[in-house]
Design a protein. Structure first.
Length: 92
């Protein structure tokens, strides 16, 4: 696969996989779909309702921090930037 990491939100995950995200099992099913394509890391963001993380060896439902959001513009971009920054630091 040419993709190492994919970070769709629940709507994008459904559009790409054809599997509607409604509960934890459907998040696992979506992640398994992407992993079956050779993608190494899957993060499905659910806005204020957490994130689902999966690789071929592990998976985890990660709780979102509770905040009083005034404007969610670019929240997904910020999430991805923070994730990649942390990933980069762990590889140093």
């Amino acid at each position: 696969s040419l993709i190492d990491i994919i970070v769709p939100n629940e709507t994008e995950a459904e559009l790409l996989s054809g599997i509607k995200v409604t509960n934890e099992q459907s998040m696992k099913d979506n992640a398994n779909y992407f992993l079956s394509l050779g993608i190494k890391t899957v993060l499905i963001t659910l806005g204020k309702q957490d994130t689902y993380f999966a690789t071929k060896n592990q998976s985890q439902h990660i709780e979102a921090y509770k905040v009083n959001a005034i404007d969610t513009t670019a929240a997904g971009d910020t999430f991805i930037g923070a994730f990649v920054s942390r990933l980069n630091k762990s590889q140093d």
